[in-house]
Design a protein around this ligand. Structure first.
Ligand code: ATP
Length: 215
């Protein structure tokens, strides 16, 4: 599903990624760990096609993201990627239902809303569909963000500290829901985290330091 060969990316003098080789099979759940600033988020952004590396090759689901132009990478991302951020990143002016329906732009409105409602139900918050993000708890907002990342059944789900803003209890619940939903779909997951507990729930852990994979 994912193949990186010799991937390097610089921000000025900082080597955010420095010769990363990585292979991830379809359906794998991989945790990327390491200290602050080691390159975890940068790696996720490269996998999503949001950043193009300066060196090396990136192929995801058979698509060569190194040679694709911005437009092709954006189209690829909308169809193939779900992204969960630490703070949910819901659109404040939209209800949870409309937030979740966002990636379904191409579907006729009624179908999109039905599917969004079903996915909210899967995450256990169907009854909150018509509330706005500032009318729900952090854990509930994070569940909606996960529903939005999964609603179009993307083959690849990228999660950057998905429970980082939650207390331990609701973080564990949200993580369980995320892992169950991706396993039901057979999706591949790459999860950046500081937390041992999250890393332990993955099939595999990749440890980074100074832009390199060290274990
Ligand atoms: N847009 C940017 N401009 C300049 N430097 C950047 C930028 N984004 C990241 N960096 C630098 O690249 C390095 C890797 O950053 P990255 O965000 O990938 O780390 P991280 O492991 O995700 O950190 P954290 O765990 O704190 O989120 C850091 O040294 C960071 O300061």
């Amino acid at each position: 599903m994912i193949k990186l060969v010799g991937v390097g990316l610089d921000f000025g003098a900082t080597k955010a990624l420095d010769g990363v080789d990585l292979a991830v099979a379809a359906g794998d759940v991989v945790a990327v760990t390491g200290p602050s600033g080691c390159g975890k988020s940068t790696l996720l952004h490269v996998l999503a096609g949001l950043l193009r590396p300066d060196r090396g090759e990136v192929s995801v689901g058979g698509t060569d993201l190194t040679s694709a132009n911005d437009q092709a990478r954006t189209r690829w991302r909308l169809e193939n990627c779900g992204f969960v951020f630490q703070l949910g990143d819901l659109v404040p002016e939209l209800t949870l239902l409309d937030n979740v329906a966002l990636p379904l732009d191409g579907l006729r409105a009624k179908n999109a809303r039905e599917r969004a409602r079903d996915t909210l139900g899967e995450l256990g918050i169907a009854e909150l569909a018509d509330r706005f993000p500032d009318q729900v708890s952090g854990g509930q907002a994070q569940r909606a963000a996960i529903a939005r990342a999964l609603v179009h059944n993307p083959p690849l789900v990228l999660a950057d500290e998905p429970t980082g803003s939650l207390d331990q209890d609701s973080g564990s619940k949200v993580l369980d829901l995320l892992l169950r939903a991706v396993s039901d779909r057979g999706a591949t997951v790459v999860l950046a985290t500081h937390e041992r507990r999250l890393a332990a729930a993955a099939h595999r852990e990749i440890r980074m330091l100074d832009g390199r994979v060290v274990a």
